[in-house]
Design a protein around this ligand. Sequence first.
Ligand code: AP5
Ligand code: MG
Length: 212
Amino acid sequence: MKLVFLGPPGAGKGTVAEKAQKDLAVPHVSTGEIFRAAVKNGTPLGLRVKAVIESGALVPDELTIELVRERLGQGDAKSGWILDGFPRTIPQADALEGFDPPDRVVDFELGDPAIVERLSGRRTCPACGRSFHVKFMPPAKAGICDSCGGTLITREDDRIEAIQRRLSAYRAQTAPLIQYYRGKGRLLTVDASPEADAVYAAFLGLPGMNKR
Ligand code: AP5
Ligand code: MG
């Protein structure tokens, strides 16, 4: 199964993908996580994209397309994947059609007030990448990652100015992909507004999502 997760920032794509990679037995490929890991490790890619992702703007298409093409060519991605955060522009979607088209595209729908509440309350573990929420998914011990014991932080792009920029980028560059994939007959939709377990159950109930 080759799945693209579409939806505005904070809709819960990463939260669903973390669980789904186990249930569907395919790797979770998040371009945002790849970029954040590169920034944290100070690699040449990280130095190149740091300012862009922290501001909430999009990384240039050519760079992102090449990164995904290379990642999907790796052995663990041969029989399927969940792409979370890619494609995010029409040129990225056209490129993906050329080298590895998705079987289905799941659009997670959420309104702006909920987006802002989810992003401003998110806390992320820089060590293992897991996300929590101060109100909706609090860790057992405040400020500490349940999975690895790391100290939770607020992502630079979860500050209010960056959230607004991400929402603008989403509307202008990513939302047109809904129509793009609907036109290809591959779009599925999930209401992302209920609590996380209900969203996940709705996702697993979509056609073709067979648990392994
Ligand atoms: P990326 O990391 O992809 O960020 P994003 O799309 O803005 O999405 P988020 O990760 O913020 O949200 P999410 O939908 O995964 O929500 P989550 O599950 O965490 O990209 C970051 C940046 O990298 C971009 O801005 C760009 O610069 C660059 N980039 C990445 N891909 C690119 C590309 N293809 N092209 C160009 N640039 C690219 O949930 C959010 C919060 O809500 C969490 O706290 C969670 O605990 C909570 N939550 C989740 N579900 C629920 C629920 N049902 N109820 C209540 N709370 C919930
Ligand atoms: Mg995410």
